[in-house]
Design a protein around this ligand. Structure first.
Ligand SMILES: Nc1nc2c(c(=O)[nH]1)N[C@H]1C(S)=C(S)[C@@H](COP(=O)(O)OP(=O)(O)OC[C@H]3O[C@@H](n4cnc5c(=O)[nH]c(N)nc54)[C@H](O)[C@@H]3O)O[C@H]1N2
Ligand SMILES: Nc1nc2c(c(=O)[nH]1)N[C@H]1C(S)=C(S)[C@@H](COP(=O)(O)OP(=O)(O)OC[C@H]3O[C@@H](n4cnc5c(=O)[nH]c(N)nc54)[C@H](O)[C@@H]3O)O[C@H]1N2
Ligand SMILES: [Mo]
Length: 769
């Protein structure tokens, strides 16, 4: 962090030379360009490795360099020359390291040795793998003997299909479905919402649809930072005449204009493509109202057309043959007053009508969305209302049309596909019972929010983390950190040190693993792993770099050793065989899910990916009614916040220089914030109304009457183009402000995008640059 932060206005496009400069800065800090640059050439190639950053689709005909600024940063970050060695841990107590920020913790480099937490000295000390697995196994067995439901098996969305399959099976053999994953904080609103509405828990579009769409509606997703390779598809679409309409409280640069760093011509003249033809700064939590407003304009247009003797603008054939509940939705929409829709969305009627105009004049329409829709009280309903809008004109199961949730972690969708799920009905338990000759637990397990509650209540005794930074990513940080150490056992499988590793159960281990970019050698030679992208295509991935330390084990090996340490041997479960040859683990996946993974080993390196069947593409609806279902929202506001004179809706945001809790640096280029992450965005009108000055240092307090204090100090006020009544701060710094119970009603995704807060003034002024 620099001494004096720089706050400016960024005028450039996304991509372009800014992107190249940022990359070079990372490369320099990384100090190892040759081996890493060799790696970048292999990124997202059919014979290379799947990027460890986002889950965006990987085209069959990749660019020579099929990576983006942030994907390259992720590779650099994993292949850093720095090492967090036992010597580092000998020098610093864990208490001391709690004073380091997220950037400094990960900047210590790759973990090199298995470490045990020693409470007497408050230090991590080196241990051997044998001792670690023996001690962990002892604890896990004892807890299991008392009650297997008191252990939680968390997964961040990065682990491969092979690892994930083994991990989920381990939990079920152990005796629970306690398999929360990062998806519980992310696109669970998608998994629940789409499954109910269209009978498929994932999106319906493939990459090829981007060549055929006439219009794309973007809600609450920021491709410029979070899925930059997607900007290529958007740019190409715009260049051939497709229209993009964006709904986002913030003017995100990637959705405004883009210069493709892969195009020499565009780079020479810095010729930017305007991405969105309309940009609507909807209020946080205002999307249900905005979408209903569009639907209202569509229905009004339909009325007009019918009155003129036309056949209407709705796809009546589709509605009749394929859907249920259309009339109820149309009646609902008619009943909503424009004034209410304007108030709840924060948009004028003309904006909603104009957006509807694009919808009505497009044959193939896509609805694309991210955390701006899913992380709200009514996140599930918001997703479903977007589906309703698409269905009015038959925009499902048609080329160039469909629903497109942009998934986060590189294999988060795949983890669900192969059994990491706390909901028992999502898993073929009978098949597992038959294959492995055991009685799987049938009761639902703990989601992320449930696991947090269990940790606070003391009903969870053990936490196993397969990657991630659970304590930092979840809400209610203060209480979580306070109660976490009461657990009997905590185990973290990780590549780098993070804050979550500094809070430990009575027995605690930090187990270092290989990253996906590294060569994974097992008994039968170097191994490949596989992932599933946002468009439901599976990809093989081969590491290319020498491991960061000779002591690292692969994730499949660690999972297998954990399983063997606490479970009785089962001749049907060849843990060691799967580790010796991951292809045999893929055979097991295929045997469990024959319809999804037919000829998996033979097809996993298909250019563009091996397609998982998506029934919605063929207009097959695996819902209860056998039809696509219109669902009605419980209210027009998606937010917990009840508007009051001093209540603001806080959005917790990602910068362009982070991957979740991993902070690469302090430069949020597109938003003009450099050198600090402790900022609070407010528009000038609100600043005047609330009486706060530019660069004033303020605190935030959550507005909730549950007698829990939630406060964040030291935020610097930054004037910003953001709707009235809304404010923004960075995730994960602001996570302590989110009450655990403020989650999406139906999916339990923490409501991180409109936390009700108020500003508390202390009268301090920051230094300005
Ligand atoms: N470089 C990088 N890439 C990433 C990640 C990362 O941290 N860094 N994270 C990965 C993960 S796990 C995920 S889930 C994805 C996340 O990627 P996104 O889904 O893009 O998530 P966010 O950046 O949290 O928020 C998205 C947008 O929602 C807007 N927004 C906030 N509230 C609302 C609202 O109420 N309505 C609307 N319409 N918009 C709103 C914000 O202004 C922001 O532009 O990216 C993945 N890729
Ligand atoms: N306020 C707020 N909170 C949020 C969000 C938000 O928008 N706002 N977003 C939510 C979302 S969408 C998500 S997905 C979660 C993310 O939650 P998590 O997935 O739990 O967190 P990450 O920050 O992605 O985890 C980073 C850590 O993963 C470890 N790691 C990296 N690579 C590997 C690997 O290959 N193997 C293993 N074993 N470990 C590895 C490293 O130690 C690194 O420190 O956060 C959620 N929390
Ligand atoms: Mo995510």
């Amino acid at each position: 962090m620099s001494e004096v932060p720089k706050i400016t206005t960024y005028t450039g496009a996304a991509g372009g030379w800014g992107s190249v400069k940022s990359l070079l800065r990372q490369a320099k800090e990384n100090g190892r360009p040759a081996s890493v640059i060799r790696g970048l050439a292999l990124q997202n190639k059919p014979d290379g490795f799947a990027c460890v950053s986002c889950a965006w689709a990987k085209p069959a005909k990749p660019h020579p360099a099929e990576f983006c600024e942030n994907g390259a940063k992720a590779t650099f970050w994993e292949l850093t020359p720095d090492r967090a060695t036992p010597e580092l841990f000998a020098k610093h107590t864990v208490e001391e390291m709690k004073g380091w920020d997220d950037y400094t913790l990960e900047r210590t480099g790759r973990l090199t040795h298995p470490m045990r937490y020693d409470a007497a000295t408050d230090r991590y000390v080196e241990t051997s793998w044998e001792d670690a697995f023996r001690a962990i196994g002892r604890e896990l067995k004892e807890i299991r003997a008392q009650d297997p439901k008191r252990t939680v098996f968390y997964a961040s969305g990065r682990a491969s299909l092979e690892t994930s399959y083994m991990y989920a099976l381990m939990a079920r053999l152990y005796g629970n479905n306690n398999l929360p994953d990062s998806s519980n904080m992310c696109h669970e609103s998608t998994s629940v919402g789409l499954a109910e509405s269209i009978g498929q828990p994932v999106g319906s579009v493939r990459l090829s649809d981007f060549d055929q769409a006439d219009a794309m509606f973007f809600f609450g997703q920021n491709p410029g930072s979070n899925s930059p390779r997607m900007l290529h598809q958007l740019q190409e679409a715009v260049q051939r005449g497709a229209r993009i309409v964006t709904f986002n409280p913030l003017k995100e640069r990637g959705l405004e204009r883009f210069v493709n760093p892969q195009s020499p011509l565009q780079m020479t003249v810095e010729h930017a493509t305007e991405i969105s033809c309309q940009y609507h700064q909807v209020k946080a939590g205002g999307d249900i109202a905005a979408i209903v407003g569009m639907a209202k304009a569509v229905i009004e247009a339909d009325d007009v057309d019918l009155a003129k003797g036309g056949s209407g603008v709705l796809d009546r054939e589709f509605l009749a043959e394929h859907t249920q509940g259309a009339q109820a939705f149309i009646d609902y929409v008619r009943a909503q007053e424009w004034s209410e829709l304007e108030r709840e969305s924060g948009l004028p009627r003309a904006a909603m009508t104009e957006a509807a105009g694009v919808y009505l004049t497009s044959k193939a329409v896509m609805g694309i969305y991210g955390m701006g829709l899913t992380q709200h009280k009514r996140g599930v309903e918001t997703v479903q209302v977007l589906v309703n809008l698409l269905m009015l004109r038959g925009n499902l199961g048609r080329d160039g049309a469909g629903i497109c949730p942009v998934r986060g972690h590189s294999n988060v969708q795949g983890q669900r596909t192969v059994g990491i799920a706390e909901k028992a009905h999502l898993v073929p338990l009978d098949r597992l019972a038959e294959l492995y000759d055991f009685e799987p637990p049938r009761e639902d397990g703990l989601s992320t929010v449930d696991a947090c509650q269990g940790i606070i209540d003391g009903t969870v005794d053990a936490f196993i983390g397969l990657g991630g930074n659970f304590l930092r990513a979840v809400p209610e940080q203060r209480l979580m950190e306070e109660h976490w150490p009461k657990m009997r056992l905590t185990v973290q499988v990780a590549t780098k040190l993070n804050r979550g590793h500094l809070f430990n159960g009575r027995v605690a281990y930090l187990l270092p693993c290989l990253g996906r970019t590294e060569i994974d050698r097992q008994a039968t030679g170097p191994q490949t792993v596989s992932m599933e992208d946002s468009t439901s295509c599976f990809h093989g991935s081969r590491g290319f770099h020498e491991p960061a330390s000779p002591h690292l084990l692969s994730e499949p090996r660690i999972v297998a050793e954990l399983a063997k340490s606490c479970l009785e041997p089962n001749p049907k479960v060849p843990w060691d065989g799967w580790v010796a040859n991951y292809a045999t683990a893929r055979d097991a996946i295929e045997a469990t899910y024959p319809d999804l993974f037919k000829d998996f080993n033979a097809r996993m390196h298909t250019p563009g990916g091996m397609e998982k069947p998506l029934p919605v593409r063929d207009r097959i609806w695996k819902t209860e009614s056998g039809k696509a279902e219109f669902k009605l929202p419980g209210a027009l506001s998606a937010s917990f916040a009840e508007d009051g004179p001093d209540v603001l809706r806080l959005m917790t945001l990602r910068s362009n220089d982070q991957f979740n809790t991993t902070v690469y640096g302090y430069d949020d280029r597109f938003r003009g914030v450099d050198g600090t992450r402790m900022v609070l965005f407010l528009n000038r009108k609100e600043m005047a109304r609330l009486g706060v000055r530019e660069a004033e240092i303020v605190s935030l307090e959550t507005v909730a009457d549950d007698n829990v204090e939630r406060r964040l100090d030291g935020l610097r006020v930054v004037p910003y183009d953001i709707p009235d009544g809304c404010t923004g701060a960075y995730y994960p710094e602001a996570n302590g402000l989110i009450p655990l119970w403020q989650h999406a009603e139906k999916s339990k995704v923490p409501a991180a995008k409109s936390v009700p807060v108020r500003i508390v003034r202390s009268g301090t002024q920051a230094e300005t640059a």
